[in-house]
Write a protein that binds this ligand. Structure first.
Ligand SMILES: C[S@@+](CC[C@H](N)C(=O)[O-])C[C@H]1O[C@@H](n2cnc3c(N)ncnc32)[C@H](O)[C@@H]1O
Length: 177
């Protein structure tokens, strides 16, 4: 049927953390904990893992998956995050950059909570939501121009495919400067 964004995002994590010390990860818009599942089982990540989501039921399901979670934050993300600046080595936001879900205005706040040299790993659909996608691109390009972040990678893949249409997603990896 197509690619699995959480698995692809964790493959990018593995690729880009070979020479990076990672002790703390925040998964934002974590849903039922798919990133945590792949981090623990595929990447064999053993450090601290916090998850954040607006939906209590999703968080409850994630809490039952034996992911050894440190903190579970129930929070509706709008702008600044309710965590300390530079408190994470890696932040994931995968599958949640969708119109009326996690707003683009929250990206600078996500960057603030990652330490210098740490990573931001995002996914979004490439073609289906043109306006939202161009806002996503604009904010990230501006942040790159301002020297806040640097893009290390972008991998595009077929997310859903059937006979009539294909929907592509992409995983982005940024370094916090
Ligand atoms: C499609 S799911 C993705 C879940 C998971 N990251 C994955 O890839 O399987 C989107 C998640 O984003 C959460 N979400 C949407 N808007 C949000 C917001 N503004 N603040 C926090 N969570 C939000 C939803 O509750 C949902 O769990």
């Amino acid at each position: 049927m197509g690619g699995n964004p959480p698995r692809k995002a964790v493959e990018s994590f593995t690729k880009h953390t070979k020479n990076l010390k990672v002790d703390s990860v925040l998964d934002l818009g974590a849903g039922t904990g798919a990133i945590g599942y792949h981090l623990r089982n595929d990447a064999k990540y053993e450090g601290a893992l916090d998850i954040m989501d607006a939906n209590m039921e999703m968080l409850y399901i994630a809490s039952k998956k034996n992911l050894n979670l440190r903190n579970i934050f129930r929070h509706w993300v709008e702008r600044e995050l309710p965590v300390r600046d530079a408190s994470y080595d890696v932040l994931f936001c995968v599958g949640s950059f969708i119109p009326n879900h996690v707003p683009i205005s929250s990206i600078p706040g996500m960057s603030k909570c990652v330490r210098k040299g740490g990573l931001l790993i995002f996914s979004t659909r490439v073609h289906s939501t043109e306006e939202y996608k161009s806002e996503f691109d604009d904010v990230l390009t501006n942040m790159e121009r301002q020297g806040a972040i640097k893009r290390l990678d972008m991998i595009e893949f077929v997310h859903f495919a059937n006979a009539e249409k294909k929907i592509n997603s992409a995983v982005y990896v940024y370094e916090k400067l």
